[in-house]
Design a protein around this ligand. Structure first.
Ligand SMILES: Cc1cc2nc3c(=O)[nH]c(=O)nc-3n(C[C@H](O)[C@H](O)[C@H](O)COP(=O)(O)OP(=O)(O)OC[C@H]3O[C@@H](n4cnc5c(N)ncnc54)[C@H](O)[C@@H]3O)c2cc1C
Length: 557
């Protein structure tokens, strides 16, 4: 035996599982295809937003949340409709997860030194139906340190366990096969990859320099999703989302390749809900890319006007920050759009300064460095857009600015092969919207939404610009942003029970095999159902990784 338990994938889920094991005295082999620099996987790059329910941060801001409200929101978003089959464990995971988010989660995180910004973000405001998709209240709690800070304690524990002789790192070891004998997982086999000194996140070589095999009493698969491979994303693209885009930007490093899903299936694990994914419609090309096709997701406030590739304003609920997949469905299925992979924001300088946030730890250096004074200076007291947003405005290939609408549309047309936008038509739509601003009872759903958002102090102070006319020169210059579909999360995967045991085709566990994090659809093979409430992915890794580690520790006692 090389270890008690082998963990495949040194991202957040794998590190949490490893910690649960080593803190119970189990010996762990932690195997990852990337080098030591990449410890922590995607979580290192993440924004560090976490879904919490009825937290002290919410209460201080006057937000009234409850387990009942959160569970109602979760069910409305998930739309579980395969409860006898592919969703049978996902529903149980969902309930357990929401209870955790409303209960122990915050204190458990505090026990690992993870604390939160005083403001709470309002992600996925929803599809405007009480029983439909979306967060009724703000629940997106951003960790001091962003995702880098969330994964840091678990990286530290792993390194300490290695020094204590309980954990062995196997970097540049790519698992190609799970060894299952007599129905029981007994180890892994794979390829040793050539040394690679690339910095974190940069695609590394796949040159084989040898083979390896490791034996243990249990194997935990924590290998992440499929977002780095557009062909796989297209292969599983569901019909309900129309045709997959020919061109997308990539929101995850290249190692998020999804290979372990099929490898796990070959070993007897059941894959479910593969047609469920979570890709964003507000991606922009990174002017300073780290991984291939690197895109950054804009987390927009509610005020930018959103137009399709042909210059038609999107209908509600396709409003910025409301309904990610509803908007994706619209953009992929509306008349005349199938051949166009982009859409547009039109906004003002005043809006970008207050409303644009960029997802990713490196795009939020003040929060990542836990620099509270810098945060206050830049985001609350400061004038102008935060530095990283300003850099995109200046350097980003998808950003254009102009003093008037006609010039702006001309520049926007310069970013596509053919000029698809008509300035007069766009002017009519913006003027109609602007006309509603003077009306306190505005019939425009977006303006109603902006006013509603500003009733929440967190939005009014830090996230939603004071309502103004888009064509007001005092709010300018005008800004156009070309938006791409950005691949990110995989919502389906290996079906697991509440102990993160991988289930086989007959619904019984494959002995000794566990799965957690994104490869397990963040628990049960699809805890989110069809739609996520955001901030639920890191938490899903923590929750399912913890369950896997604890169960595997019991099994190997
Ligand atoms: C920019 C960005 C922002 C995000 N923001 C948020 C946020 O604010 N809130 C939130 O909840 N979520 C967020 N997420 C999502 C979240 O970070 C990820 O879903 C989560 O970290 C996935 O963790 P994981 O452990 O399941 O997998 P990963 O982090 O992908 O780790 C998997 C590891 O397995 C390794 N591996 C894969 N296959 C093999 C193999 N065959 N052999 C050996 N090793 C293998 C990979 O190299 C990798 O190191 C964000 C993600 C990104 C990229």
């Amino acid at each position: 035996m090389d270890a008690d338990v082998i963990v495949v994938g040194a991202g957040l889920a794998g590190l949490v599982a490893a910690h649960e094991l080593t803190s119970r005295g189990r010996r762990v082999a932690l195997v990852d295809q990337e080098n030591a620099t990449n410890l922590g996987g995607q979580a290192f790059w993440s924004f560090g937003g976490l879904f919490l329910v009825d937290s002290p941060e919410q209460r201080r801001l006057g937000v009234k949340d409850s387990l009942d409200l959160a569970w109602s929101d979760w069910q409305g978003s998930a739309g579980f409709d395969r409860t006898e089959d592919e969703d049978s464990w996902a529903v149980r995971w969902a309930r357990a997860y929401v209870e955790w988010a409303a209960g122990e989660k915050r204190s458990w995180l505090a026990g690992h030194g993870i604390t939160f910004l005083p403001t709470v973000g309002w992600a996925e405001r929803g599809d405007l139906r009480a029983g439909g998709h979306g967060n009724s209240v703000p629940r997106f709690h951003i960790a001091w340190g962003t995702g880098t800070g969330v994964v840091e304690p678990f990286v530290r524990y792993a390194k300490q366990a290695a020094r204590d002789g309980l954990l062995t790192f196997h970097h540049r070891h790519r698992v190609d096969h799970l060894i299952v004998e007599d129905g029981t997982a007994r180890g892994v086999r794979g390829t040793v990859l050539a040394e690679d000194r690339s910095p974190r996140g940069v695609a590394s070589n796949r040159d084989a320099v040898g083979e390896f095999a490791l034996a243990a009493r249990a194997v935990i698969v924590t290998s992440g999703g499929i977002g780095g491979d557009h062909d796989v994303v297209r292969r599983h693209w569901p019909e309900r989302l129309g045709t997959p885009p020919a061109e997308m930007v990539t929101g995850v490093p290249a190692y998020v390749d999804g290979r372990m899903l099929d490898i796990s299936a070959e070993a007897g694990a059941r894959l479910v809900n593969r047609d469920r994914m979570w890709h964003y419609t507000e991606g922009v090309r990174n002017w300073d890319p780290i991984w291939p096709g690197h895109g950054i997701r804009i987390l927009p406030g509610p005020s930018s006007m959103w137009f399709d590739a042909l210059g038609r304003r999107l209908p509600e609920p396709c409003l910025p920050g409301y309904d990610t997949l509803g908007t994706l469905r619209h953009l992929r299925t509306a008349d005349g759009l199938a051949d166009h992979d982009h859409s547009w924001f039109i906004l003002t300088q005043k809006i970008i300064e207050k409303e644009f946030a960029l997802s990713g730890s490196e795009q939020n250096p003040d929060i990542t460095a836990k620099d509270r004074a810098g945060f206050l200076r830049e985001r609350v007291l400061g004038r102008g857009a935060p530095g990283p947003v300003d850099a995109f405005l200046r350097e980003g290939a998808d950003f254009v600015t102009a003093p008037n609408l006609e010039q702006l549309v001309d520049r926007m047309n310069g970013l596509t092969d053919k000029p698809l936008l008509d300035a007069a038509s766009i002017r009519r739509q913006i003027e109609a919207r602007d006309l509603q601003l003077a009306n306190p009872y505005a019939k425009d759903a977006q303006i109603q939404g902006i006013r509603n958002a500003r009733r929440y102090i967190g939005d009014r102070l830090g996230r939603v610009a004071a309502p103004h006319r888009i064509l007001d020169p005092a709010a300018g210059p005008l800004i156009g942003v070309k938006l791409h579909v950005l691949t990110r999360k995989t919502l389906g995967g290996i079906q697991t029970d509440l102990d993160s045991r991988a289930l086989g085709a007959d619904g019984t566990p494959v002995e000794g095999l566990y799965a957690a994090g994104e490869v397990a659809g963040f628990g049960g093979g699809g805890v989110h159902g069809y739609n996520a409430l955001e901030g639920t992915f890191l938490g899903g890794c923590l929750f399912s990784g913890r369950a896997a580690g604890r169960a595997a520790a019991r099994q190997t006692a």
